[in-house]
Write a protein that binds this ligand. Structure first.
Ligand code: HEC
Length: 111
């Protein structure tokens, strides 16, 4: 037991952090907020008659959405901050992945 006390506090903090990030695993933003931000930030351009091709969660599979957000590139530029704060983009990512074409609950989002 005595040797445990010799492990520096910083190391414990690091182990806790590692544990937490493993648990977090998948992106866990807010689905409902993501829907709101997707309509607000993305649909402005990505809709029929908009300046970019129409996009809905169904436009891609879960893996394809994950890849898009993990790459973090939009038209060769960084996704954030023009299109939303990191938290908002995480919400959008969560919404799109949760309702992708191969998800358990596919959703067109009125688009
Ligand atoms: C200012 C207009 C604008 C906004 C806002 C915008 N986009 Fe785009 N986006 C474009 C244009 C233009 C392209 C490239 C041409 C195209 O795909 O229609 C593009 C391309 C894309 C592509 C690649 C197309 C494909 O089929 O893979 C994805 C994915 C995408 N945008 C997702 C998003 C998401 C998610 C958001 C919101 C966070 C967003 N865009 C917001 C204009 C916009």
């Amino acid at each position: 037991m005595r040797s445990l006390r010799l492990i520096p506090l910083g190391l414990w903090a690091l182990l806790l952090l590692l544990g937490a990030s493993v648990q977090a695993g998948e992106a866990k933003g807010s689905d409902t907020k993501g829907k709101f931000f997707f309509k607000k930030s993305c649909k402005a351009c990505h809709m029929d008659g908009g300046s970019a091709k129409a996009l809905t969660p169904l436009s891609k599979t879960q893996a394809q959405w994950r890849k898009f957000f993990d790459a973090g590139k939009h038209k060769g530029e960084a996704l954030s901050p023009k299109l939303g704060t990191p938290a908002q983009l995480l919400d959008i990512k969560t919404f799109l992945i949760n309702h992708a074409s191969d998800s358990p609950q596919p959703e067109t989002c009125g688009g």
